[in-house]
Design a protein around this ligand. Structure first.
Ligand SMILES: Nc1nc2c(ncn2[C@@H]2O[C@H](COP(=O)(O)OP(=O)(O)OP(=O)(O)O)[C@@H](O)[C@H]2O)c(=O)[nH]1
Ligand SMILES: [Mg+2]
Length: 635
């Protein structure tokens, strides 16, 4: 099986015309300005892709980015997923606006390593080269590139290229988690004759194999996830079976037409990455931003290779000043695919801008932020997650707890917290499997368990004669799965006992079943009234108590055979009812049928009782109703 080795992905950034494309060609032999318009105008418009080997043998993918400020969008798409930046500064011009903006963008996107190439040294005096070096060194102070190598080169004369290669080789790419979600932001889409749709991008985490089932999203007006199959993978023109992050990849897709796939979409495994319109993040404003960011602002969000209109709502405080950071909820017009820790860039109107149009950026804290009723709740949750940045298990617990009884699947937990549950890890993370692939927080189950124990205690208090509560009569919220998990937990902890369908607190012994309150009084009231007994609420009123407190006794009387429950309102003395049944049978044996009037006569009761009583005999299958009359069943 052929496998593409992870490589270092180098993004070539810098001001327009400073010689990025020329340098890429000198380093790799590949001309990345392939569009006719690029050739004609001598500028880069689209991302260009090249590759080469470094002195140690390490492979480098090289992403050539446009320097023109109008093409910053394309630059950001290329900068997402790079390991290192090769900042190109023409010695003849020195630091220019997009030198600063590109450096700021790379920093915001979390790029922590790089090298500076001082180009066009063939036409700059040594004095000028020295001045430019000094200027660049100052620029880098306080950035992740502080102290980076600054290498004078000439693409035209070919000088300094070996020193530059050696410098690039010393740059260490930060490790990409191999078990991370496979995620490829799509920066190019095209058709290859005979193969169908091909998408390209930098695989920023995880691994992809040929024949994998994945999804591309968002697609179409409903911004859906559409399934695709991986038909083939290519790394720099060579077919491979497996590719691991970070790698520049061309992916041949089955299941979607090239025309259906927008640039900026994502390729990933369903459920492993949150496709979301609302996420919480730590947002930072660049030091040069002219105004403070108010509580609610609209900015352009650039994440992966995508751009979306976004509303930024501060979760705490009323404004965010330049050079500062704050927690914010970001709501986008189009869904975006984000992982915990995902970096993004924010761009704004020129009135706000710091450098170019870039005003700041941030890092995703909660990929799928639920709608919170209160701003303070949203802030608390985001802060709690932010405080455990390096503890995915703890973030998994907080995210799952936030969903209450509903819980999350293992994939959802992974997408939201970056925590992969393996068998046995659920307990460690304070999560409990309730059914199949659904997990709820142990704390949620604990409070459900407390509620169940209280319910049982209360029941034992009002119904001391009963053995317990029927399982099917219980409601807890979260459905049967949560309830069964709670019951299992409490039984295992010997806090409750289960006898068939009956649940009771451990050690519960029903007292004398006839010790329930008002038992004798109720029997007297019902027994004295023949087949026209008072309703339970009337009996309760006579005893100056609540109807509900009669329930255990009524049930006990039914259990003893003293009373028959005709319906919720009508509880009849068993002997009076048996006597009525005998009279009814005798009547029907001689008359054949009985109508409503006849029934009223033999019961001696008004419609209030006679109708439910007649229906009771129908239900007991003593009588059969045919139109307005009844006859004995089976006659
Ligand atoms: N003398 C000299 N000229 C150079 C060198 N490198 C690039 N140039 C020239 O500078 C101009 C711009 O070069 P490009 O490589 O297209 O610049 P770029 O940074 O890719 O420009 P954009 O992609 O549009 O931002 C071209 O005319 C090149 O021939 C160099 O080392 N020496
Ligand atoms: Mg160029």
């Amino acid at each position: 099986m052929s496998e593409a080795l992870p490589e270092i992905v180098i993004g070539v950034a810098g001001h327009i015309d400073h010689g990025k494309t020329a340098l890429v060609r000198a380093l790799t032999g590949i001309d990345t300005d392939r569009l006719p318009e690029e050739k004609a105008r001598g500028i880069t418009i689209e991302l260009g892709f090249a590759h080469c080997s470094l002195p140690s043998g390490r492979r480098a993918a090289v992403v050539d980015m446009p320097g023109h400020e109008r093409f910053v969008r394309a630059m950001i798409a290329g900068a997402g997923g790079i390991d290192a930046v090769l900042l190109v500064v023409a010695a003849t011009e020195g630091v220019m606006p997009q030198t600063r903006e590109h450096l700021a963008i790379a920093t915001l996107l979390g790029v922590s390593a790089g090298v500076v190439a001082l180009t066009k040294c063939d036409i700059a005096s040594s004095e000028i080269v020295e001045l430019a070096t000094e200027e660049v060194r100052e620029l880098l102070v306080g950035t992740p590139l502080a102290g980076a190598d600054i290498v004078p080169v000439s693409a035209h004369a070919g000088t300094g290229l070996n020193a530059l290669r050696a410098s690039l080789d010393r740059v260490t790419a930060h490790a990409r988690p191999s078990d991370g979600a496979a995620l490829l932001p799509i920066d190019r889409v095209f058709v290859r004759k005979g193969f169908g749709a091909v998408v390209t991008g930098t695989l920023v985490s995880g691994a992809i194999r040929v024949e994998d089932e994945m999804v591309i999203a968002p697609i179409g007006v409903d911004a859906a996830e559409r399934p695709v199959r991986i038909r083939g993978l290519q790394v720099h023109g060579a077919a491979v079976d497996v590719a691991r992050a970070a790698t520049r990849l061309a992916v041949n897709i089955a299941g979607l037409e090239a025309s259906e796939i927008p640039r900026g979409a994502w390729l990933y495994r369903a459920g492993e990455v949150a496709l979301t319109r609302a996420f919480d993040a730590r947002v930072t404003l660049l030091p040069g931003v002219r105004r403070t960011l108010r509580r609610r602002s609209r900015l352009e969000l650039a994440v992966g290779a995508a751009h979306a209109s976004a509303s930024i709502a501060l979760l705490d405080g009323d404004e965010l000043a330049a050079g500062h950071g704050a927690l914010a909820r970001i709501t986008t017009d189009e869904p975006v695919a984000v992982r915990p820790g995902e970096r993004f860039v924010l761009r704004g109107p020129p009135s706000l801008a710091a450098i170019g149009t870039t005003v700041g950026g941030g890092v995703v804290i909660r990929p799928a932020a639920e709608r919170a009723r209160k701003r303070v709740t949203a802030h608390e949750r985001a802060s709690a997650v932010a405080a455990h940045e390096d503890q995915p298990a703890e973030r998994a617990r907080i995210e799952t707890e936030a969903t209450g009884h509903r819980g999350l699947t293992a994939r959802e937990i992974f997408a939201r917290a970056g925590y992969r549950l393996q068998s046995g890890t659920a307990n460690v993370a304070g999560l409990v499997s309730v059914s199949g692939d659904r997990f709820v927080a142990a704390s949620v189950l604990d409070s459900a368990a407390q509620k169940l124990l209280q319910t049982l205690s209360a029941h034992h208090g009002t119904a001391p004669g009963e053995r317990g509560i029927e399982r099917r009569a219980l409601r807890l919220g979260g459905g049967d799965a949560v309830l069964d998990a709670v019951i299992a937990q409490l039984v295992a902890a010997k806090k409750i006992e289960r006898h068939g369908d009956i649940l009771a607190r451990a050690g519960w012994k029903p007292r004398d079943p006839d010790a329930t309150p008002y038992l004798r009084e109720i029997l007297a009231a019902i027994g004295a009234a023949g087949v026209t007994p008072p309703r339970p609420d009337e009996i309760a009123a006579g005893l100056k108590t609540q109807t509900a407190s009669l329930e255990p006794s009524l049930k006990r009387l039914v259990e003893r055979g003293d009373v028959v429950r005709v319906n919720a309102e009508l509880w009849v003395d068993a002997r009076a009812l048996a006597d009525l049944e005998r009279r009814l049978t005798t009547y029907l044996e001689s008359h054949g049928t009985i109508d409503a009037q006849g029934f009223k006569e033999i019961t001696g009761a008004s419609r209030k009782w006679s109708i439910p009583l007649a229906e009771h005999f129908d239900a007991k299958k003593v009588t059969l109703r045919i139109g307005d009359v009844r006859k004995l069943r089976g006659r």
